[in-house]
Design a protein around this ligand. Structure first.
Ligand code: 0YR
Ligand code: MG
Length: 370
């Protein structure tokens, strides 16, 4: 069935307690830059990328969808996902202006919308189309309790509350000073006990020497993984860090292509693989990374640029996916929110990819696309 219309939209949704910071970013809203793709019979698929709600750049993504991608999609068979992926990703003029960045984020929204459409047309939740359920439950870890902007006491309290709610994993942001971060992590570890997994995330802030000093001081904290310790493109730095510490290295939220992951795999610079359907060119590309991770015997923990609305389907259906990030900022915007009960994600039941916005969210948070 052919595509009749391709319409971008932008939502800016407030984050927890009015604002959060990690080592690198301070944000008050999450940007949902999306697209509605409608078939000739009226069935509509939704996809989106995630941003820091910077309207001027969000509008560039929306414009890319409307002006560059829509002409490649209109009149095409919506079911030909792989063919349409190729048409967009290998369009010479588009490649010329961006093999990563805005063009890829726009492509992400389109690819996810096509998967949503396919799942809705089949009358099944996306995980069914991806091969069905390979695990009973998907374990959630809570990132929203661990921001760098949260004062020490509130951090410890929030971690304890998450454990009471049933979470068996948390993630705490680092990247201030080594001493301060070690102190905070020590306090959190004492509060949550030994059995809870505690990952940390540096968001690419520190240099190699600082990371190594941190890792030496963190030996007794049982760190589940150290995420984005170094600058995103620094393959050999990550390889060197991975060789010098027993703490596993996690990364991927800033990588746009399978080729980028491939280089980290080849250099043994990564232990936990964190692709994101909102950062790479959609689910089609993320599935390639998941398959590659399986081949390398590496676990996948998708990064939740879509707050796990789509990744919950992938995590139930792909053997490589081990644990999934939980940040609840935008879940109320969707008709089928990615819910966590007793520390595990619920298995989605509604047909589609979990990406259909509610009428209320579209009215309340909408921003102008031009
Ligand atoms: C805030 N998750 C992350 C948030 C998140 C960022 O900018 O988006 O911390 O992307 O690193 O693991
Ligand atoms: Mg991260």
């Amino acid at each position: 069935m052919n595509i009749r219309s391709v319409e971008p939209f932008i939502l800016h949704v407030p984050v927890t307690s009015g604002g959060i910071s990690d080592s690198t970013h301070s944000i008050s809203h999450w940007g949902v830059v999306g697209v509605a793709i409608q078939r000739e019979d009226g069935l509509t698929g939704y996809g989106f990328t995630g941003t820091h709600a910077h309207l001027a750049s969000d509008q560039l993504i929306a414009r890319c969808i409307a002006s560059c991608l829509a002409p490649l999609l209109l009149g095409q068979d919506a079911g030909d996902i792989a063919r349409l992926w190729q048409t967009i990703a290998r369009n010479p003029a588009l490649q010329w202006v961006g093999r990563a960045g805005i063009t890829t984020l726009a492509h992400a929204a389109v690819d996810v919308a096509l998967w949503d459409l396919k799942a809705k047309a089949a009358g099944q939740p996306l995980w069914k189309l991806l091969g069905g359920q390979v695990r009973d439950k998907v374990r959630a870890y809570n990132t929203d309790i661990g921001w760098l902007s949260i004062p020490d006491d509130a951090l410890v309290e929030g971690a304890a509350v998450a454990v009471q709610q049933g979470f068996t994993g948390i993630k705490v942001k680092v990247g201030s000073t080594v001493e301060r971060d070690l102190r905070r992590l020590g306090a959190v570890r004492r509060a949550i006990g030994e059995s809870i997994t505690m990952a940390i995330d540096g968001n690419g802030k520190w240099d190699l020497a600082t990371c190594q000093r941190f890792c030496s001081g963190a030996q007794d904290l049982d760190i589940f993984w150290f995420e984005e310790p170094l600058w995103h493109d620094d393959v050999k730095g990550h390889a060197q860090l991975a060789r010098s510490t027993s703490i596993p290295v996690a990364l991927g939220e800033q990588l746009y292509t399978t080729d980028a992951f491939s280089e980290f795999f080849a250099q043994q610079a990564i232990h936990w693989v964190q692709p994101d359907v909102t950062r790479m060119a959609g689910l089609t590309e993320v599935l390639r990374v998941c398959d590659m991770a399986s081949a390398f015997r590496l676990p996948v923990a998708p990064h939740a640029g879509e707050m796990s609305q789509v990744h919950v389907h992938v995590s139930y259906a792909h053997m490589a996916c081990t644990v999934l990030e939980y940040i609840p900022w935008i879940q109320q915007c969707f008709t089928d929110p990615a819910l966590v009960v007793d520390g595990y994600f619920c298995l989605p039941q509604v047909p589609g990819a979990g990406t259909t916005p509610t009428v209320d969210a579209l009215a309340r948070y909408r921003q102008p696309v031009v």
